[in-house]
Ligand binder design. Structure first.
Ligand SMILES: [Zn+2]
Length: 290
């Protein structure tokens, strides 16, 4: 199955009416802000995936605080934002849709009853009704921006837990990258200059080609400069924290954006992917040199 395949004739659609993505247009097409794990909503047909209320609101379902931070950063840049409207437990839009962990049966030791015995058709419907439309929204927007003379910088906003496997994560903000440091490198330096809080360099996560979906498949395939950020979710769990950390990153982004030499490099299309990378060019044409 290719990513664009239509549903096979005769297969029942069980999920009802869905709105997978929210695109908020703003005039500055030089930036795009995306948030894969913005929502913990589950289509009503899936009956909450059988989760209790606490788990349905916990980090396994979404990136706590990330949608609000993404929106503030988009507002500060006057730039468009695209948010996914469904829980990553339905389908994780930062995973390849056919990956084993795209609709996990267990997440952070919590059993997800509604994902326990998924059929191929059910997995396909989630991909075709949620993941692909969300990603097509991103791709269509980037096509439009680039066709009108913009080389957008791609900003992907996430949040993560304060501990993992019993280990505390000291980093308040972590930037993940792979090879292309045109924007992330200066942003790391700026954040470390402008704030005392611990900033992670590929901590707690790096950017994994073939694992992470959104940044490689949309930004790297097109040769766009990018940033993938993780905020520690305990720090952005209330309005005060959201505003503080969104302002902190937005201020650093604007500082980097004021550096003409850095921006001249970021506003060029440069390809860092190699032919044998496990990236599929799902929504962007493969460059001739790759
Ligand atoms: Zn996330």
């Amino acid at each position: 199955m290719t990513l664009g395949d239509a549903q096979a004739p005769g297969e029942q659609q069980m999920l009802g009416d869905l709105t997978p993505a929210t695109l908020t247009m703003r005039p500055n097409l030089d930036w795009l802000i995306v948030c894969d794990h913005a929502s913990n909503m589950v289509p009503s047909a899936l009956e909450g995936l059988g989760l209790n209320e606490r788990d349905a609101r916990d980090h396994i379902a979404w990136d706590i605080g990330a949608a609000k931070v993404a929106t503030i950063i988009a507002q500060r840049l006057n730039a468009p934002s695209i948010l996914c409207n469904y829980s990553r437990l339905v389908i994780d839009c930062n995973r390849y849709p056919d990956a084993d962990d795209a609709s996990p049966a267990v997440s952070d030791d919590v059993r997800i009853p509604g994902n326990g015995a998924l059929t191929t058709a059910q997995r396909r419907e989630r991909a075709e009704r949620i993941a692909h439309p969300y990603h097509r929204t991103i791709a269509a927007h980037l096509d439009h921006a680039m066709a009108t003379g913009h080389i957008p910088i791609f900003l992907s906003i996430h949040s993560c837990t304060s501990t993992m496997a019993g280990r505390f994560r000291p980093w308040h903000i972590g930037l993940a990258h792979e090879r292309d440091l045109r924007f992330t490198g200066p942003l790391l330096d700026t954040l470390r200059r402008q704030t005392e809080v611990p900033i992670g360099d590929n901590q707690p996560y790096d950017l994994e080609l073939g694992g992470d979906f959104t940044t490689p498949e949309h930004a790297m395939t097109r040769g766009l400069a990018h940033m993938q950020v993780e905020f520690r979710n305990d720090l952005i769990a209330d309005e005060k924290g959201v505003r503080h950390y969104a302002d902190l990153l937005a201020t650093a982004i604007k500082t980097v954006a004021a550096d003409a030499a850095v921006m001249a490099d970021c506003r060029k299309i440069r390809h860092y992917l190699r032919a044998d990378d496990p990236v599929r060019y799902s929504y962007a044409p493969r460059p001739a040199t790759c």
